[in-house]
Design a protein. Sequence first.
Length: 58
Amino acid sequence: MSKDSVANIRSNVCKTSILLAKEKGGNVVEPLKKVLQSLCDDQDAEVKYQAKSALESL
């Protein structure tokens, strides 16, 4: 879903990543960081903002 054509979906991936990392922790965090780092370069400003915020939260 991080590569979905709809920006709102990609933004929700960022928001959900925070919750998933807090709930599952451990081995989930590093793969999530990679996804969020790629979304930091997204064409949509809101997605970039959400990705950067999520990375700061991890």
